[in-house]
Design a protein around this ligand. Structure first.
Ligand code: ADP
Length: 396
C-alpha cells in the first residue's frame, strides 16, 4: 500500500511517499510558493531532483502537480495516481478529537473550533484539507493528531486548576504536542538500548520545542499544555506565561487581545528575548560575540529545559535514557552540554569530546553514566505513515 505523508504550510505542500508496511521511501517532493506565479514543484528520487516552475493556485492543484510528477514516465515511480491509498497528515489539534482519524466534516469542524488555539497550524491545514477533498473526493485523508501520544498522561498531570467544566466542556487541559516525534523516540530508543531504557526523557528541541516523559514506551508527561505556544520557550513562540500578565500587557501596549496573542505566537520566545532572530545559530553567534540579550535567551531556554528535566526525573523516579532530537537537539552541542552540566549526581554524564563533534544517531554518555544520553534524529513522517496504514487496515 502506498501512502503519501504530507506536511502543510500556508504556501507549501511537502510530501514523502512510502510503500507500507515495508516502510520504503519511494520519493519525496512538494510545491513551494503556492498561490504565486512562480510556484516550484519538485520531486526527489534516488538523490535526483526534478523541478518545474509554473503557477499553482492552491493545495488541491499542488497535489495534482505532485501526482503529475510521480506518474511521469521519466521521473515518476507510479503508473497512476490511483495507486496512492491515502494521504496522512501530522495534524496538530482539534476540539474533542485526538488519535488517528479519517478526515471528514466532523474532524474539520473540530479543527476549526481550535483554530485560535493553534493559529500557525490549524487554519492552513483545514484550508488545504478542504481543497484536497474537493479536488480528490475519493482519496482518504488520515489525520494523525500530535496530541494522540499523550493520551496516556495521568489525569493529575493533565488537569489545570480551573473550574472543572472548562475542562470537560471546553477542552481546556494539558494536551501535549510533538506526539509523532516523541512516539518515534520512544520506539527507537527501545530498539537502540535493547529494551533496557524503561524511563526516558525525550527532548525535542527545534523551531518549536517540547519535552516528554516516557515510561515503558508511553507518555506520562508533556511540556506543552493546551496549545503549542506553551511549555518551553520556542524560537518565536512564548512558552509558559502567567495568564495574569495579560491585563498588564494589554494596558501597557494599547494592543488588542488578538494583537497581543499574535506577538506572543510570532515575536516572542528566543526571538523576543534576544532581539537577534529566531534561529538559535544566530543567537549562539551573537552570544559568543558578547550580546547580553542573546546570552539571556540561551540561559532562559536552558533553564526551562532543566526545570522540566528535574520535574520528569522525579515523576519517573529515575532515568535510563535522556534523548536529544529536533534541529537544535541534533545539532547544538552547546545546548546539550549546558542542559547536562553538573548532573553527575543524578547519574547523567556527557562525554565532552563525543558531544562536541557529534553527527547523526548515537550515544554521548560514557560507560560510567547510569543514564544513557543519546542523540536520535527524529522521523515524524514514518510515524504518520505507520499510523495511517494501521488506521486504513484496521478492522472496525
Ligand atoms: P521545526 O521545528 O521547524 O521542524 P527543526 O526541528 O528542523 O525545526 O529545527 C530548526 C531549528 O534548529 C533552527 O531554527 C535552528 O534554531 C536550530 N538549529 C539547526 N541547526 C543548528 C545548529 N547547528 N546549531 C544550533 N541550532 C541549530
Amino acid at each position: 500500500m502506498k501512502i503519501l505523508v504530507s506536511n502543510i504550510g500556508s504556501t507549501s505542500f511537502k510530501y514523502r511517499l512510502y510503500a507500507m508496511p515495508e516502510e520504503t521511501l519511494l520519493a519525496r517532493g512538494g510545491v513551494e510558493r503556492i498561490g504565486a506565479e512562480n510556484s516550484r514543484s519538485y520531486v526527489i528520487r534516488d538523490g535526483e531532483t526534478t523541478e518545474k516552475v509554473a503557477p499553482v493556485p492552491d493545495h488541491g492543484e499542488a497535489l495534482s502537480a505532485c501526482f503529475g510528477q510521480l506518474t511521469d514516465p521519466e521521473t515518476g515511480c507510479l503508473k497512476e495516481a490511483g495507486e496512492i491509498a491515502a494521504i496522512g497528515f501530522k495534524s496538530v489539534h482539534a476540539k474533542g478529537v485526538s488519535g488517528v482519524q479519517l478526515v471528514d466534516e466532523k474532524v474539520l469542524e473540530a479543527m476549526e473550533a481550535f483554530a485560535k488555539v493553534a493559529p500557525a497550524h490549524n487554519p492552513p491545514y483545514v484550508k488545504a484539507m478542504r481543497q484536497l477533498k474537493s479536488a480528490y473526493p475519493e482519496l482518504p485523508l488520515v489525520a494523525a493528531f500530535e496530541t494522540g501520544f499523550h493520551q496516556t498522561v495521568p489525569r493529575a498531570n493533565r488537569t489545570y486548576a480551573i473550574p472543572y467544566e472548562w475542562m470537560t466542556d471546553l477542552g481546556v487541559e494539558r494536551w501535549g504536542f510533538h506526539g509523532a516525534s516523541h512516539r518515534y523516540i520512544a520506539g527507537r530508543i527501545a530498539e537502540l538500548t535493547g529494551g533496557k531504557a524503561k524511563r526516558v526523557i525525550s527532548c525535542h528541541l527545534g523551531g518549536s520545542s517540547s519535552i516528554c516523559a516516557i515510561e515503558n514506551g508511553k507518555s506520562v508527561g508533556a511540556s506543552m499544555g493546551m496549545s503549542p505556544q506553551s511549555g518551553l520557550p520556542n524560537n518565536n513562540r512564548v512558552g509558559d506565561l502567567d495568564v495574569f500578565a495579560l491585563p498588564a500587557i494589554l494596558e501597557g501596549t494599547d494592543k488588542s487581545l488578538e494583537e497581543v496573542l499574535d506577538v506572543l505566537a510570532n515575536q516572542s520566545g528566543l526571538l523576543g528575548i534576544s532581539g537577534v532572530g529566531n534561529d538559535l545559530r544566530e543567537i549562539e553567534e551573537a552570544a559568543a560575540g558578547g550580546n547580553e540579550r542573546a546570552t539571556l535567551a540561551i540561559d532562559v531556554f536552558v533553564e526551562s529545559i532543566r526545570d522540566y528535566l528535574g520535574s520528569y526525573l522525579v515523576r519517573l523516579g529515575g532515568l535510563d535514557a535522556l534523548v536529544f532530537t529536533g534541529g537544535i537537539g541534533e545539532n547544538s552541542s552547546v545546548i546539550r552540554e549546558r542542559v547536562c552540566r553538573g548532573l553527575d549526581g543524578f547519574g547523567i554524564v556527557l562525554d565532552a569530546s563525543t558531544n562536541e563533534s557529534f553527527k547523526g544517531e548515537g550515544r554521548l554518555s560514557p560507560e560510567l553514566s547510569a543514564t544513557e544520553v543519546w542523540v536520535v534524529p527524529t522521523n515524524e513522517e514514518i510515524i504518520v505513515a505507520r499510523q495511517s496504514y494501521e488506521r486504513l487496515t484496521a478492522k472496525d
